[in-house]
Design a protein around this ligand. Structure first.
Ligand code: ADP
Ligand code: BMX
Ligand code: ZN
Length: 288
């Protein structure tokens, strides 16, 4: 049996054929359309999934947004070009003709990363720093999704009451500062208009403003992790997403976390499955 796994993020769509031993047999990627029209996302999903659908028996989707009863509702619609709601399960089932499971991207990644731990851990938290900042929590061996799908949306906790407005409607969310989009929005002067990938490249080349933007993100993330430790007493926090996995980023987060009182410190790990954690976690959930 094979699963067609799909990861819908604010920046990219990924799809892979995954076998029942969770080997990735083939992987494809395309940009996420920046449009508030549901037709644009449907068209991109059609182009990505149609050629792969005949090779799988089921589909498993990990997607940005609250996923409840198969429907995607954005907490932060700005991450999806303004798209606030999308009938995800119905659309993907129609495109592929296959049974389809859908869950939040960070919750899916949390599940895969929990399976990859080689120690017995009761509480584990996963945080993705990517287009947004997402999260997932495994407690006593169970993935917590919440009655409405909101569990683990750590990116929308408060980092700075005087901070920028978040697309979710709150002021000063972690996501508004620490995410790839948040870093890009704060860039000024020579860095104005650059995305987070380019900002990291400038930081590496010695640009002071770029270094400050990366540092600010890492500091905000470390404070979030201390808060999460205080709430969950998790024994490990796994970090993913393209910003989270960028060279040198986790070391900066760890250095800021080390400045917190001992009780709020927790071991940090980079995602074992790297950029495929969401795809694999969705496939693992579908097989259960
Ligand atoms: P998605 O949010 O679609 O799941 P990613 O995890 O790739 O996708 O996160 C996208 C964000 O990561 C963007 O803000 C992008 O600029 C940034 N990014 C992509 N590659 C890198 C990199 N090598 N280093 C730092 N940031 C990166
Ligand atoms: C946002 C929110 C979360 C998601 C997180 C990371 C939306 C559309 N998404 O906080 O559901 O898990 O971003 O998403 O409101 P990514 O696109 O960065 O992977
Ligand atoms: Zn927010």
């Amino acid at each position: 049996m094979t699963t067609l796994a799909v990861d819908i993020g604010g920046t990219k769509l990924a799809a892979a054929i995954i076998d029942d031993d969770f080997c990735l047999l083939e992987r494809h990627e395309c940009p996420t359309p920046a449009s508030q029209s549901p037709q644009a996302l449907t068209a991109s999903l059609e182009a990505l999934l149609s050629p792969l659908a005949t090779r799988a028996q089921r589909v498993a989707v990990a997607s940005t947004g609250i996923i409840h009863q198969g429907v995607l509702t954005a907490v932060n619609p700005a991450n999806l070009g303004g798209l606030a709601q999308f009938p995800l399960q119905e659309t993907v089932s129609r495109i592929t003709g296959l049974p389809c499971l859908v869950l939040n991207d960070a919750q899916a990644a949390a599940w895969a990363e929990y399976q990859a731990l080689n120690e017995s851990i009761a509480e584990m938290v996963f945080i993705t720093v990517s287009t947004g900042v997402g999260g997932g929590l495994v407690s006593q061996g169970r993935l917590l999704t919440g009655a409405g799908g909101l569990a683990g949306h750590f990116g929308h906790t408060l980092a700075d009451p005087d901070g920028p407005r978040c697309g979710c409607g709150r002021i000063g969310c972690v996501e508004a500062i620490a995410s790839g989009r948040g870093m890009a929005a704060a860039a000024q002067g020579e860095l104005y208009g650059l995305d987070a990938k380019a900002i990291f490249a400038r930081a590496k080349a010695g640009d002071a403003q770029a270094q400050e933007l990366v540092q600010r993100s890492a500091q905000v993330l470390a404070r979030l992790i201390a808060d999460v430790k205080a709430v969950t007493d998790c024994q490990c926090v796994v970090i993913g997403g393209s910003v989270g996995l960028a060279e040198g980023y986790l070391a900066q987060v760890a250095a800021f976390l080390a400045q917190e009182p001992k009780a709020y410190q927790v071991p940090l790990k980079p995602a074992h499955y790297r950029h495929n954690a969401g795809l694999l976690g969705a496939a693992m959930q579908a097989l259960q």
